[in-house]
Design a protein around this ligand. Structure first.
Ligand code: HQG
Length: 184
């Protein structure tokens, strides 16, 4: 299996398991799980064929560990990043480090200065513990701007933080007062 095919399947899985399961007639349960058997069968009908072994490989080698199997390995789900509003991933409320990072681009800055970070179409605002990840996230849209979030202060003031299974920090919103806008 080459890197291109792996990436293609990973992107397809992100689309189906985070955003549009209905595209292939798949139904996710309330916690975001899909039956592996059904996923394989319905993907095939949609023109994306892969075996269970390939799925295993894609999940195991995924650069951000975006997907997870249940213990019995009968089901699969995306660990974070959903836009589906009826899917709830049970995440542990976790005490954040003092600072977290968010990568964005210049065109959003005016709005962010005014209203802080909002979850936009996703279920949470996504933050990372290291700058490198934030640079990568921002770079998807252009020249990255890295914001430092005073997550320790937010936590002290009652904001909840969740840590996804693949290490992404999530919160509902980041008011502008907790963002350090100085250039890094
Ligand atoms: C921006 C990827 C205007 C925000 C990444 C971002 C991440 C605002 C965009 C994950 C705003 C939302 C999520 C406001 C925030 N006004 N724009 N008030 N507040 N924004 O894709 O964080 O590779 O929903 O800065 O690695 O970019 O797919 O969020 O630019 O972890 O696994 O609105 O997606 O993960 O964009 O990325 P997104 P994100 P995967």
């Amino acid at each position: 299996m080459n890197e291109k095919d792996t990436k293609r399947i990973s992107k397809f899985l992100s689309l189906i398991l985070r955003h549009q399961p209905e595209k292939i007639g798949l139904v996710l349960d309330a916690n975001g799980w899909a039956s592996i058997e059904e996923l394989i069968e319905k993907s095939k009908k949609h023109g994306v064929s892969f075996t269970k072994e390939t799925l295993d490989f894609v999940v195991k080698t995924n650069d951000k560990q975006r997907f997870a199997f249940n213990d019995a390995k009968t089901k699969i789900r995306a660990s974070q990043g959903h836009s589906l509003q009826n899917v709830h991933i049970e995440l542990p409320v976790t005490t954040p480090p003092d600072f977290l990072f968010h990568g964005t681009v210049a065109k959003f800055m005016q709005a962010i200065r005014k209203e802080g970070l909002k979850k936009m179409s996703r279920q949470h605002v996504h933050l990372s513990a290291n700058k490198e990840t934030a640079i990568k996230v921002g770079s998807r849209r252009g020249v990255p701007i890295i914001l430092t979030v005073r997550s320790g202060d937010m936590h002290q003031q009652g904001h909840l933080f969740y840590l996804s299974e693949n290490g992404v920090w999530l919160t509902d919103n980041v008011p502008a007062e907790f963002i350090e806008f100085k250039e890094l």
